[in-house]
Design a protein around this ligand. Structure first.
Ligand SMILES: Cc1ncc(C[n+]2csc(CCOP(=O)(O)OP(=O)(O)O)c2C)c(N)n1
Length: 275
């Protein structure tokens, strides 16, 4: 298994820069395993990252990669997909990168149904820059920008994506590695915009500020936050506070942007031909 996974990473770039206990390693491993199990040709994959610890995952893979600007990986990925629709385009982005500065690109790529796969590595903080709060930081949490405890409520990235019309939306956490691989395979194979909100641990810049103990203690907190979707749906609204559904949240079929675009070009050509 080790060799099977390592072959997807640039050996000369390892070891990576992530802190001990960081969840980025699990996400990298799960992604490589999912691609391997799907039997995809690595030369047909483009991986795009923004700026952030998690975005650096893209730079370690053997795939063609784009290390872009903070908040802009989705925009670059949209451009790459339009330039070469045969590419399988994967984005790896942090909660800050994807849903704060990059929020508008996220909404509209989902609404347009661009055929992209997005893995949001959600550690509830801006890890790379020292642990400022992000749009997913829990209420009351201590971060470098909320030293008295965070006074804003976090939002659910999956609710946002469902609202924007993304056909495939899922959530899980690094605690549930096998489920993560399974969901990644579904997201990668989906024809259309597919995103997974992956809860993960940042022991250095989130865990320490909140005295959450060792990385393993931090990972275990996911068990009380992430509730299987079937159970979550049965909870009273008051009991849902601080909890998030886990599993496939939405999976529907709809034409992608490129399906509509191709149909439009074909009908225009036919009209010109008949003139
Ligand atoms: C336009 C711009 N604004 C701010 C920054 C500084 N910056 C770099 S990474 C980052 C936050 C990273 O957090 P996140 O996207 O959640 O990823 P993580 O590091 O937690 O994996 C910020 C604010 C930047 N590089 N560019």
């Amino acid at each position: 298994m080790r060799e099977q996974i390592l072959k997807y990473f640039k050996q000369d770039k390892l070891p990576h820069v992530f802190c001990p206990g960081c969840g980025n390693g699990e996400v990298m491993h799960a992604m490589a395993q999912a691609i391997d199990e799907l039997g995809w040709d690595p030369t047909q994959i483009l991986i795009v990252g923004g700026i952030g610890c998690s975005s650096r995952i893209a730079t370690y893979t053997i795939f063609d990669s784009l290390h872009t600007l903070h908040g802009r990986p989705v925009a670059f990925a949209v451009g790459a997909k339009l330039a070469n629709p045969n590419l399988k385009v994967i984005i790896v982005s942090g909660d800050g990168d994807a849903s704060s500065i990059g929020g508008n690109h996220l909404i509209h790529a989902a609404r347009r149904n661009m055929d992209l796969t997005l893995f949001i590595v959600n550690n509830y903080t801006y890890g790379m820059t020292g642990g400022q709060y992000s749009p997913t930081t829990p209420l009351g949490s201590f971060t470098t920008t909320s030293p008295c405890g965070h006074v804003e409520e976090p939002f659910s990235i999956t609710d946002l994506l469902v609202g924007a019309g993304a056909p495939f939306v899922a959530r899980t956490g690094t605690l549930y590695f096998n489920e993560l691989v399974k969901l990644m395979k579904l997201a990668l194979a989906k024809n259309g915009f597919a995103a997974i909100d992956i809860f993960t641990q940042c022991p250095t810049n989130y865990g320490r500020n909140n005295r959450l103990g060792k990385p393993i203690d931090l990972i275990k907190t996911q068990a009380s936050i992430l509730v299987p979707k079937e159970k979550y749906d049965l909870l009273e609204p008051g009991d849902r506070v601080g909890k998030f559904a886990r599993g496939v949240i939405q999976d529907v079929e709809k034409p992608t942007f490129l399906d509509h675009y191709r149909a439009c070009i074909l009908s225009t050509r036919k009209a010109v031909h008949h003139e």
